[in-house]
Design a protein around this ligand. Structure first.
Ligand SMILES: Nc1ncnc2c1ncn2[C@@H]1O[C@H](COP(=O)(O)OP(=O)(O)OP(=O)(O)O)[C@@H](O)[C@H]1O
Ligand SMILES: [Mg+2]
Length: 296
């Protein structure tokens, strides 16, 4: 399988040569395959946003390499602008970047910037806007309204549609659900997940919520103090639940419940991280033992 992204021994220091010099990421390596949905989790200050900004060349590493779609993005002859069209980056609180008079114009801003390079017609731009709006649940009746008349969650979805309208092959989302209420969170993550499936692109999602990540990601990268703590398939990562809790990160509630059950002699196995999986395991135990006495 082809790699979308390959990060090799990447390190970055802010404010080099000043008293404020900080190592934000240190010797980070990982590869993302085409079509993967990667969840990235880690403490505040663990280097997640810094790492994401290297993946489309917004920050230039102190050492190491970033490869996108099979080429080193800092190699001679690679146009970093082209890389930014391939790798769409949605920042934390992306709605702060809305500025146009209408929702339509805001979503069209990215494709308009690509117009010359990709020879897009106005008709094609309009089609991209409508398709992206549809993917992000941006209602057609909002398109001629000011983005500032919308709610927080709706504005966030408009900002996301603006990046999707550029049709990047790799979509990076830094805390797309931060600050939204539970319904808003659920909605935005569902739209992202559906878009990932329908468009068949690669998604990298940074989140503080392990619950959100396990629902959508097929692999999880845990950052700790600027380094990769672990990078595993989602179903494998909770085999390390004890270590993850030890570095102060949460695991899904259901995983904690399983640990408690294990303490009482009921072992549902190591990789139970969704309620559905727990139910499945309990039913298996029940059908094997013929009763629930193990679960008392
Ligand atoms: N612009 C900056 N100048 C100097 N240091 C910075 C800058 N941005 C981040 N840092 C430092 O780099 C380290 C990594 O920060 P980063 O923002 O990448 O972490 P994060 O994992 O995204 O955190 P959060 O979960 O709070 O968003 C921290 O020590 C932070 O203080
Ligand atoms: Mg961050």
């Amino acid at each position: 399988m082809e790699n979308s992204i390959h990060v090799k021994n990447l390190s970055f220091r802010y404010s080099v040569g000043t008293p404020f010099e900080t190592t934000a990421i240190n010797d980070v390596s990982f590869a993302v395959q085409k079509g993967d949905f990667i969840g990235i989790i880690g403490h505040t200050g663990s280097g997640k946003s810094t790492l994401m900004q290297h993946l489309n060349g917004l920050l230039k590493q102190t050492c190491g390499e970033v490869w996108v779609n099979g080429r080193n993005i800092r190699a001679k002859g690679v146009n970093i602008r082209d890389v930014r069209f391939e790798v769409g980056l949605v920042f934390q609180y992306s709605e702060h970047q809305l500025f146009e008079e209408t929702v339509f114009k805001d979503i069209a801003f990215g494709p308009r910037n690509m117009k010359e390079r990709f020879k897009l017609t106005d008709k094609q731009i309009e089609k991209r806007v409508l398709t992206a709006a549809n993917f992000m649940g941006v209602h057609e009746s909002w398109l001629q309204r000011s983005p500032f008349d919308l709610s927080g969650g709706q504005k966030r979805r408009v900002a996301l549609a603006g990046v999707i309208a550029m049709q990047p092959q790799i979509l990076i989302l830094d805390e797309p659900a931060a600050g939204l209420d539970p319904l808003g969170r659920e909605k935005i993550l569902r739209f992202i997940s559906e878009y990932h499936q329908k468009a068949g692109i690669t998604v990298i999602l940074v989140s503080h919520s392990m619950e959100d990540i396990v629902k959508h990601a097929n692999k999880v990268l845990v950052m700790n103090k600027g380094e990769v703590f672990c990078y595993e398939k989602t179903e494998k990562v909770f085999a390390k639940a004890d270590e993850i809790i030890e570095i102060g990160l949460g695991v899904p509630q259901i995983t904690r419940l399983c640990q408690k059950l294990k303490g009482r002699g009921v072992d549902l196995g190591k990789n139970v991280y969704t309620v559905e999986k727990a139910v499945e395991r309990i039913m298996e135990i029940h059908s094997n033992s013929g009763d629930y006495s193990q679960l008392n």
